[in-house]
Ligand binder design. Structure first.
Ligand code: CMC
Length: 428
């Protein structure tokens, strides 16, 4: 491998050191470029820019590989559970039984939120989107735990905030739904595991006994694991960027929730479901919608298709597609939207437009079918994505802080007006 690259600029040669990751990913280090040459690089959408070195997640978009801390996503989805994966991402290795029990116990005993947080819900109009509520309430935790604002807090204090956030996000998420439909809120139950407790808070009514279905618990664990990290995506980069200003964990994650909400990112799972419903209502002609997506005069895109880094099958989509089949069978549900999704996938995968551009179904394409089967309302889909992504955001925020990364502050190429004199309003 070359140890450096040579850049010839204005007749001068500049040597750029080559950096290589453990999976042979290569980069030019341009850290001194501006000082040496006066030039910066321009890379809209950061398509070629490595923003950091990270030891958390490895992703090979050409080969369809995803690993957390070296462990293949397929093995984790099949054999692990969400809290174990959260531990792995945040602390770097798989926990022993004692470590996992302690971690799970700490999280279980922090699921209650301050009663004043409850009052904040009253300020939201009914029908407010739960993602807006989630991001506001995560940020509101800074008010209840002001020590989290201290950039020099001890590692123990940081860890406590990490535990609180993982614990309370499930309560806040479930309450944001209950609040949006005007139902009484359920307090967390310490006798239940993480996923069962969330399902209980989402679906139990004081008037009825709530039975926890192990098929649903296992499906939820799998979905959360599959979403748990995805290296430097839009929301994670947001969390790191905000955190690089020494902003608190709660503030940084709250920003990440907003980034995730966008329909080109995590908000796509809600959009996929709405698209499948629209296709169904339109008579189910999937080819018509594939053609619409290809039409450059139509802004419509096939939601749940395409990915910035996967130019092959998204490995998470493969697992979710199978899980959707299994969950529907186990629950005895025959969802016509699954058939539409399968037809749409088939039509797109055999179409020249999608083949040429390497557009495959992504993680959001089939996840909604499972969420729907287990009773999660469409507006909550992205909230579930946020719950899953939380350990990744935390791990990346913690790594950035521990590595003492500098504040993120990109450059630009200015394309505006040259200097001109101010003109009084009566002369314009
Ligand atoms: N439907 C139709 N055409 C598409 C689609 C799509 N879903 N996605 C990309 N294209 C076309 C696009 O028009 C462009 O064509 P051309 O070269 O002729 O101009 C080409 O494919 C490349 O697209 P791009 O927009 O330059 O690619 P990108 O890497 O900037 O965008 C993306 C990636 C995920 C934003 C995009 O594929 C998209 O909008 N997909 C639909 C939304 C979606 O499913 N998002 C979830 C992503 S996975 C989960 C997550 O990130 O949270």
């Amino acid at each position: 491998m070359a140890e450096s690259a040579e850049l010839i600029l204005d007749g001068k040669s500049i040597s750029l050191p080559v950096i290589e990751g453990t999976e042979n990913e290569k980069a030019f280090d341009i850290g001194k470029l501006r000082d040496q040459t006066g030039y910066v690089t321009l890379d809209s959408g950061y398509k070629n820019t490595g923003a950091t070195k990270s030891a958390i997640t490895f992703l090979d978009g050409e080969e369809g590989i995803l690993r957390y801390r070296g462990y293949p996503i397929e093995q984790l989805a099949e054999r692990s559970n969400f809290l174990e994966v959260a531990y792995l991402l945040i602390y770097g290795s798989l926990p022993t039984q004692t470590e996992l029990d302690k971690f799970a116990h700490q999280i279980t005993t922090h699921t209650l939120v301050h009663e004043d947080v409850r009052k904040i819900f009253d300020g939201f109009p009914s029908g407010a989107h739960p993602m807006g509520i989630l991001s506001s309430l995560i940020c509101s935790l800074t008010a209840f735990y002001p020590k989290s604002l201290d950039p020099n807090q001890s590692p123990e204090e940081t860890n406590l905030n990490i535990i609180r956030l993982i614990a309370k996000i499930s309560t806040i998420a479930a309450w944001s739904y209950k609040n949006s439909v005007g139902h009484p809120l359920n307090y967390p139950r310490n006798d239940l595991d993480y996923c069962s407790n969330f399902l209980y808070m989402m679906f139990a009514f004081p008037t009825e006994k709530y039975e926890i279905n192990p098929v649903v618990v296992s499906a939820l664990n799998k979905l959360l694991i599959l979403h748990a990290d995805h290296e430097q995506n839009c929301s994670t980069s947001t969390v790191r960027l905000v955190g690089s200003a020494n902003a608190s964990l709660y503030g940084s994650v709250s920003a990440g929730v907003n980034a995730l909400w966008g329909p080109l990112h995590g908000g796509a799972n809600q959009e996929v479901m709405e698209m499948l419903e629209a296709i169904q209502q339109d008579g189910g002609n999937t080819q018509k919608w594939v053609d619409k997506a290809k039409d450059k005069n139509d802004s419509f895109r096939l939601m749940g298709f395409g990915h910035r880094v996967y130019k092959n099958f998204d490995p998470r989509a493969k697992i979710i597609k199978k899980a959707a089949d299994d969950v529907l069978k186990a629950l005895g549900i025959d969802d016509p939207l699954l058939k539409i999704a399968q037809e749409l996938e088939q039509a797109a995968l055999t179409d020249q437009y999608f083949v040429e551009r390497k557009l495959y179904p992504n993680v959001d394409f089939y996840s909604g079918i499972i969420y729907r089967a287990i009773g999660i309302p469409t507006e909550m889909f992205t909230v579930l994505f946020a719950m899953g992504r939380l350990p990744g955001w935390i791990a990346q925020w913690k790594e950035m802080r521990e590595n003492k990364e500098p504040i993120g502050r990109p450059r630009q190429i200015y394309t505006g007006e040259l200097e001109r004199d101010y003109v009084g309003i009566d002369q314009r």
